[in-house]
Design a protein around this ligand. Structure first.
Ligand SMILES: Cc1cc2nc3c(=O)[nH]c(=O)nc-3n(C[C@H](O)[C@H](O)[C@H](O)COP(=O)(O)OP(=O)(O)OC[C@H]3O[C@@H](n4cnc5c(N)ncnc54)[C@H](O)[C@@H]3O)c2cc1C
Length: 300
């Protein structure tokens, strides 16, 4: 992970000078605050700030003027009820601000989540660092033959070596030319133009602030097994932080979102017929082949 010595010194200073506060403090999140957690070869996720905790969700749900919390059991029950019944606004009372360093092609997927606030490192103003994502050998796969949007078997030996060689050589050449373009002794091209020569595996950085409801939506999609590995590892790192921050809400999220399945009306009907002992097939189920396959995966 590439934190500069200056960045590390700033983080160390922040952690060495705690401030007394009247605000809500989530003990589990204090351990993550300011620390950069490595992701991929040069990336990281760092908690810059947070607001609220499990109790803040209950406080908002009860529209309380005091602490708003009751017994732990009572609060957990309420949080689970809210999650189960899509009563989402109390979760929006908690906020998380992250500093993320990520490859540009991951950022393109991430930025599709519109319900967050983002401020990205300016490559018009600053010169990007010579840092490229080069996958570890176990993450170099062939195109999947069953899923157009996915990976198949891991490439081995010479094939994998050739992929790595191409990625490294092209990244290096593009960066060398980027430097030549912006170099005042060379072309002296504006940074905002020179950056177009850089590949999508170069790293960028941003501050990303989101409320807990929309963060759960992001995590539901991006920590899922169907998400691309390179964004999933960021989502998984954030999941661990969130489980320490709001343990009751995270457990409800795991149970009612991550671990749950959605069934169509036809699927529910088929399931009922099966429970009554009827032999249900794709032909008499009223489902397409793909729906039927997905249904089989759910009940298998
Ligand atoms: C596995 C996977 C594959 C994908 N493949 C593709 C692909 O091939 N091509 C592609 O373009 N994208 C693709 N996406 C991106 C996907 O279509 C969504 O853009 C992305 O997941 C963000 O989801 P979202 O819009 O629900 O999130 P957010 O933008 O965070 O929005 C959250 C919710 O807020 C509401 N909302 C936000 N903004 C608006 C608005 N302007 N109008 C109405 N409602 C709004 C919606 O209810 C939305 O669900 C893929 C995503 C995943 C997870």
């Amino acid at each position: 992970m590439s934190l500069s010595p200056e960045q590390q010194a700033e983080i160390d200073e922040l952690r060495a000078n705690p401030q007394p506060t009247l605000r809500v403090v989530a003990p589990g999140m204090e351990g993550h605050l300011y620390k950069a957690r490595p992701v991929l070869d040069h990336g990281f996720v760092r908690v810059v700030d947070y607001m609220g905790d499990d109790a803040a969700i209950c406080q908002a749900a009860r529209v309380s003027y005091g602490k708003g919390t009751k017994s732990v059991q009572n609060d957990e029950g309420l949080i689970r009820y809210l999650m189960r019944h899509w009563h989402s606004t109390p979760f929006e009372m908690c906020e998380l601000k992250l500093h993320v360093k990520l490859p540009v092609f991951v950022a393109r997927q991430w930025i599709r989540h519109r319900t967050a606030n983002v401020n990205e490192y300016s490559a018009r103003y600053s010169i990007l660092d010579r840092e490229f994502y080069i996958p570890a050998p176990e993450h170099i796969n062939a195109q999947s033959v069953v899923n157009n949007q996915g990976r198949g078997d891991v490439l081995e030996g010479e094939e994998a070596a050739r992929v790595l060689e191409i990625l490294k050589a092209d990244s290096a050449r593009c960066y060398d030319n980027y430097q030549t373009l912006i170099d005042a002794d060379g072309v002296g091209l504006a940074r905002e133009l020179a950056r177009m020569n850089l590949p999508a595996n170069i790293y960028t950085q941003w501050y990303w602030k989101v409320d807990l409801h929309n963060l759960f939506h992001f995590l539901r999609l991006r920590a899922d097994a169907h998400a691309q590995y390179e964004i999933r590892v960021y989502a998984e790192a954030i999941c661990e932080m969130v489980s320490d921050w709001v343990p009751a809400a995270y457990k409800a999220f795991e149970d009612y979102r991550m671990g749950s399945v959605t069934m169509s009306a036809q699927m529910v009907d088929c399931l009922r017929r099966m429970l009554k002992g009827e032999t249900v097939t794709q032909e008499n189920a009223g489902m397409s082949a793909r729906e039927w396959r997905e249904f089989q995966e759910v009940i298998a």
